[in-house]
Design a protein around this ligand. Structure first.
Ligand code: NAD
Length: 501
């Protein structure tokens, strides 16, 4: 089938699904600022990335509206911080249960504007609601400490206090969960949050905001402002009342935001790009390793910062692995995310699809072997058919930079020492994976690999209780876990002196 035929067969599908949503307010396209729904004088169009068709339109907010949001957040801070953590927790739990109640509609929104298969979108809603539930309880455990005193007649105490107004700039690959992972922590800590979602996926963010309001989150405590990223991030960076900024996206934009936040010395947490090494040793069970590589490479159609970008396979098992992996890749079905048979949807942005194509061309030109899908027929669309590149070498683009699409690069290696050096020879350090049956080796590698998160014999390890984040240029700070809560809190040391009277 050519892209022309595909497009004709799926024309209007996403728009019809959105029209059939029971919650019409989910597609009203209005921003939430200070408790009011703002439709805006100008509107932006939302596109179905599978067909390129317009499916909705949303407000394009102005700098003035972002300033109103900052004022509203500042006004809401004292009362929100003043609530008992149990009360804030109850509101977060109610928000989570509303998300689960509307899971199917939210999933349809995610798939329509992001492109991922509907089952993955359903999983994202459950994953996203999980952060609200988890932080609802963690907010009640924002313990301080008592320090054995080094001064006579004194008592030393450490308290954790809400930092103030926070802002989140979120990406399009997980348009729901990357909001709730940040907002769950901020709100549980007692901080209002302003979210600026990716322009590609505003509908998911606005629907989450509708449910926040319904759950009883007070005006100004959770706001979603949509529009041009550069324009709207300006006030968030410059305004000293915004005390914390959390960003998920590319390292390139992360650097710009870090620099911008320096003017007002904000607390910044960054979850940036990955370039994960996936190490397979001779001693493994081949089927388990292939299954792990499939999950680590092709989830979210490859548009995942945890994606296995460099699959290093030891020489003794190399040919068998490539053979079995190629067979598994060939079974992946590409299509519209709303089609239940689809494993791999479109790339959300054409720039991502183009980057995949450039990496494939570069690798093939430099001698990689490619197992190609029906690349040619869909070449001008957002679709990238799964490709397995074997015999990849370190001089190829795909071995040097993140792919963010369904292109798997397999590289042979000989020794453990060699592969550790190659895996660590990157400025990225988000996730890593090791498949081995050797316990001593697993323990050694858990020490030696330079990354923030490591899966040993598993490709599935994220969730609310774990500290999600990277080393080196993959980021700053952590999300999820008690570390994620601390990103929205200040530490206060108090010395009570002269206790002897
Ligand atoms: P991006 O970094 O440009 O976009 C992410 C978010 O930042 C979006 O909300 C976007 O609107 C906003 N943004 C972009 N430029 C901005 C600016 N100058 N000031 C303020 N906000 C800005 O990412 P992208 O171009 O959409 O994707 C490119 C690459 O980024 C991907 O190939 C991938 O490597 C990486 N990425 C990583 C993640 C992740 O989960 N860590 C998510 C999305 C993208």
């Amino acid at each position: 089938m050519t892209f022309h035929d595909f497009r004709a067969a799926h024309s209007g599908l996403a728009a019809r699904c959105l029209q059939n949503l029971r919650r019409r307010d989910f597609v009203a396209g209005a921003a939430l600022i200070g408790g009011s729904w703002i439709t805006g004088n100008q509107r932006d169009v939302v596109i179905d990335p599978a067909t390129g068709e317009a499916i909705a339109d949303v407000a394009r907010c102005t700098v003035a509206e972002m300033n109103l949001a900052i004022e509203a957040a500042e006004r809401s801070f004292a009362a929100w911080r003043g609530l008992l953590p149990t009360r804030r927790g109850a509101i977060l739990r109610s928000w989570a249960s509303l998300m689960l109640h509307h899971s199917e509609e939210l999933a349809v929104l995610v798939t329509s504007e992001q492109g991922k298969p509907l089952d993955e979108a359903r999983h994202e809603i459950a994953y996203g609601a999980g952060f609200l539930e988890w932080f609802a309880a963690e907010g009640e455990r924002a313990y301080g400490e008592t320090i054995p005193s080094h001064k006579s007649g004194s008592l030393l105490e450490v308290r954790m206090q809400a930092i103030g107004v926070s802002a989140a700039i979120t990406p399009w690959n997980f348009p729901v969960a990357m909001i709730t992972r940040k907002a769950g922590a901020a709100l549980a800590a007692g901080c209002p949050m302003i979210v600026k979602p990716a322009p590609e996926t505003p509908l998911s963010a606005l629907a989450v905001a509708r449910l926040a309001e319904q759950a009883g989150v007070p005006a100004g405590v959770f706001q979603v402002v949509i529009g041009d990223p550069v324009e709207l991030s300006g006030p968030l960076l410059r305004d000293p009342r915004v005390r914390a900024l959390s960003f998920t996206g590319s390292t390139q934009v992360g650097r710009v935001l870090l620099e911008g936040a320096a003017m007002t010395v904000k607390k910044v947490s960054l979850e940036l790009g990955g370039h994960a090494p996936f190490l397979v040793f001779n001693d493994v069970d081949l089927d388990k390793a292939v299954k792990g590589a499939m999950a680590a490479k092709f989830a979210t159609s490859g548009q995942d910062c945890l994606a296995a970008n460099r699959i290093y396979v030891q020489r003794g098992i190399y040919d068998a692995f490539v053979d079995a992996f190629a067979k598994a890749v060939a079974r992946l079905r590409v299509g519209h995310g709303l089609d239940p048979a689809t494993d791999i949807g479109p790339m959300t942005k054409s720039s991502v699809a183009n980057k995949c194509r450039a990496q494939i061309d570069d690798a093939v030109a430099k001698g990689a072997r490619a197992t190609l899908g029906k690349q040619g027929e869909f070449v001008s669309s957002n679709f990238v058919f799964p490709v397995l590149l074997s015999d990849v070498t370190e001089d190829m683009l795909i071995a040097q930079e993140e792919t963010f699409g369904p292109v798997a690069a397999v590289l042979p290696f000989e020794t453990e020492e060699e592969v550790v050096a190659r895996a660590n020879a990157s400025e990225m350090g988000l996730a890593g994976y090791v498949y081995t049956d050797n316990l001593r080796r697993a323990l050694r590698l858990s020490e030696q690999l330079e990354c923030g998160m490591l899966g040993i014999n598993t490709a599935s390890f994220t969730g609310p209780p774990i500290p999600f984040g990277g080393w080196k240029q993959s980021g700053l700070g952590r999300e999820g876990s008690r570390h994620g809560l601390a990103e929205y809190m200040e530490t206060k040391y108090v010395c009570f002196g002269d206790l002897a009277g």
